[in-house]
Design a protein around this ligand. Structure first.
Ligand code: ZN
Length: 337
């Protein structure tokens, strides 16, 4: 993977990885040349390798070029998610990159639903004056940032054209910290022959307006359609339909597609407890080691008032983001403990 990444970019140091105990609260942390990662990245199916792609990409977007303030955090995370998904594309194909991109849009929807669509903390560039930055943390700088860059990629000529911009941006701003205004000025200077296209971008809508972005990029739907069809079956199923679900439903779905299936279900009204129990019978998500599947599954259970394995997850898993979401679902959900 590192070779692919280094070929994609322009060479650099090789990172070492240190797997920490479950008490390490993040998916990964991009310390220069020694990335820390949660043990939950060892999913047993290599499906969480994109965490490594993400942290290694931070060597360039985050460590070499850094956001000047936390209000510009999207510069670190949006660009890093963009590079992470370029690596996904090189490893598993363009359809997969687009599928991951669409999954990111769902994560963004989820965060905006949690914060509220008019909450200014869902701005791409929020005002953090007298705001606890920890309380403001969400997937917004990651996924709204990625969606914006993916939208610009499509607007300005495609992946190769946009990668040329990113490489030059990193070379020009190496060892510096950057604001969004500086980044935007550089974008305009790099694409000076496409200023008419850039002038059509709703900058205020993307940067300084809460809620979902003003434009949704287009995505290849090949891998997503199977997830959409199965999630719709669960949402629409009556009690008498539950026997129609079998283990074969998810046999052909990759781990990433199972994550997407659960993400889609979390965007819907809570499922009845009978549905969640049947899902466990046929898919046995309780036994899954992949934390990205497990965290979503547990939230689905909590929303359906079926606690299942939830009590143990805080001690078994690292990665604060996922555990936090399970905790929050407990606190805001209908279950009293
Ligand atoms: Zn990151």
């Amino acid at each position: 993977m590192l070779k692919i990444w280094l070929d994609l970019m322009f060479g650099g140091n090789i990172d070492d990885l240190l797997i920490l105990p479950p008490s390490f609260p993040y998916g990964g942390m991009e310390n220069p040349c020694l990335t820390f990662v949660t043990p939950t990245v060892l999913a047993g199916d290599r499906s969480l390798a994109s965490v490594i792609a993400h942290e290694v990409s931070h060597s360039w977007t985050g460590n070499l070029v850094t956001n000047k303030t936390w209000e510009n955090f999207w510069l670190n995370e949006g660009h890093t998610v963009y590079l992470e998904r370029r690596i996904d594309g090189l490893l598993y194909g363009e359809q997969f990159r687009q599928f991951k991109a669409l999954g990111g849009w769902k994560e963004l929807q989820n965060s905006i639903n949690t914060f509220g669509a008019t909450n200014p903390l869902t701005n791409l560039v929020p005002n953090l004056h007298e705001v606890d930055v920890d309380a403001a943390f969400s997937s917004v700088p990651y996924e709204k940032g990625f969606a914006f860059l993916f939208y610009l990629e499509q607007l300005l000529g495609g992946p190769d054209v946009f990668l040329g911009f990113l490489k030059t941006y990193i070379q020009v701003y190496a060892y510096k910290s950057v604001t969004t205004d500086e980044w935007k000025k550089f974008l305009y200077s790099y694409f000076k022959d496409k200023v008419d296209l850039l002038d059509k971008v709703d900058w205020n809508g993307w940067m300084h307006t809460p809620g979902l972005p003003p434009v949704q990029p287009t995505y290849d739907m090949t891998l997503a359609n199977a997830c959409i069809a199965l999630s719709n079956r669960w949402v629409e199923a009556k009690e008498s339909d539950l026997n129609s679900f079998t283990a074969a439903d998810v046999k052909e779905l990759s781990s990433h597609q199972q994550i997407e299936l659960l993400t889609l279900l979390l965007l819907k009204d809570p499922l009845p407890v009978s549905h969640v129990k049947r899902m466990q019978e046929v898919y046995n998500f309780n036994a899954v080691k992949n934390s990205e599947i497990l965290f979503r599954w547990l939230r689905l259970c909590i929303r359906a008032q079926s606690v299942g394995r939830c009590h143990t997850t805080g001690t078994e898993n690292g990665n604060r983001a996922g555990t936090d979401e399970v905790h929050s679902a407990f606190i805001s959900g209908p279950i009293q403990l």
